[in-house]
Ligand binder design. Structure first.
Ligand code: NAP
Length: 279
């Protein structure tokens, strides 16, 4: 008989929607967060990836886990490895959310963590999403409320993916063994430039939004001014440098393969999240 599914990052973009979806389908869920905040219908685990003393209770009666790397820090392997080994020792399957393209860069901290998982000896599935559509109502929201998307993307295109599609993909990988041992690149259905994205958002919101292709230096100053650590802001700027080289424009069918449904477009994302831009 199946046991519980541990969801790390249960208060985050992907995790919150994943918990809802698992509960709605009748799965027993352990929603993990550092605060141990109650989540209706789920058992709650007070959990911190950096504190291995929180692992035993979080893993009790669990046979599958969704693992995300918390945004904002870069020393991933150091604190993900103990988690992965703890899970593997108990043959807990891990569905691991990393990031688009990291499989091509063995020096990436995300790829290094993937390799620890691939070699750990327990079942796994890796999900590598492209830039989230949801960044428009999280990271880029303050500028968008002033009618601007200010990122150093040049005239590059990206196949933005809706975090609901990432959660739906994680749901599929957690509730079936068909996808075990594989990595999937999660993208939206089309590659768009930021000027095109601005036009789509403007239409949905009913207010002007324009794209300002700022320099890396301006971008880092904006993010650190809003409180982001400088090393993480510089990391995001590096990701945009990759976008400018054309590396984020691929479109895959992986969401469709995992979920049986086509990925949501940016227009659908914008319409469904309209209220968040107006707030
Ligand atoms: N944004 C993008 O475009 C994009 C694209 C590709 C990949 N990614 C990757 O996706 C990940 C972020 O996913 P997301 O946006 O769904 O997450 P998120 O909304 O940023 O949520 C992060 C979660 O991590 C939890 N957390 C923070 N520190 C923790 C710790 N020490 N131990 C355990 N949990 C901790 C937080 O919960 P509590 O504070 O409640 O514990 C929060 O729920 C990052 O690895 C990022 O690189 C992002």
């Amino acid at each position: 008989m199946s046991k519980k599914i541990l969801v790390t990052g249960a208060t985050g973009n992907t995790g919150a929607y994943l918990v809802e979806k698992l509960l709605a389908s009748g799965h027993a869920v352990k929603a993990a967060s550092r605060s141990g905040r109650p989540v209706a219908g789920a058992e709650v685990a007070r959990f911190d990836l950096t504190e291995s003393s929180t692992y035993p209770a979080a893993f009790e009666d669990v046979d599958r886990a969704f693992l995300i790397i918390p945004a904002g820090r870069l020393n991933n392997v150091e604190f993900l490895e103990p988690f992965i080994r703890f899970a593997a020792d108990r043959q807990v399957k891990i569905v691991f959310q990393t990031a688009y393209g990291v499989e091509n860069d063995p020096t990436s901290p995300y790829r290094r963590a993937e390799l620890v998982l691939e070699r750990a000896g327990a079942p796994f599935t890796i999900l590598r999403p492209n830039w989230f559509s949801d960044n428009f109502h999280t990271f880029w929201l303050p500028a968008i409320r002033h009618g601007i998307i200010a990122v150093p993307a040049g005239d590059s295109k990206s196949s933005f993916v809706d975090t609901r599609d990432i959660a739906d993909s994680a749901f599929a990988a957690l509730t079936s063994s068909r996808f075990d041992g594989r990595g999937f690149t999660l993208t939206g259905p089309e590659a768009l430039g930021y000027a095109e994205a601005a036009a789509i958002l403007a239409k949905a919101i009913g207010r002007p939004v324009e794209y300002d292709p700022v320099s890396d230096t301006q971008f880092i100053a904006i993010l650190t001014g809003a409180g982001m650590p400088e090393d993480y802001a510089a990391h995001l700027a590096e990701l945009f440098a990759m976008a400018r080289k054309g590396w984020t424009s691929a479109v895959t069918d992986d969401v469709q393969e995992l979920t049986g449904k086509p990925a949501r477009s940016l227009a659908v994302y914008a319409a469904d999240n309209r209220a968040k831009f107006l707030g």
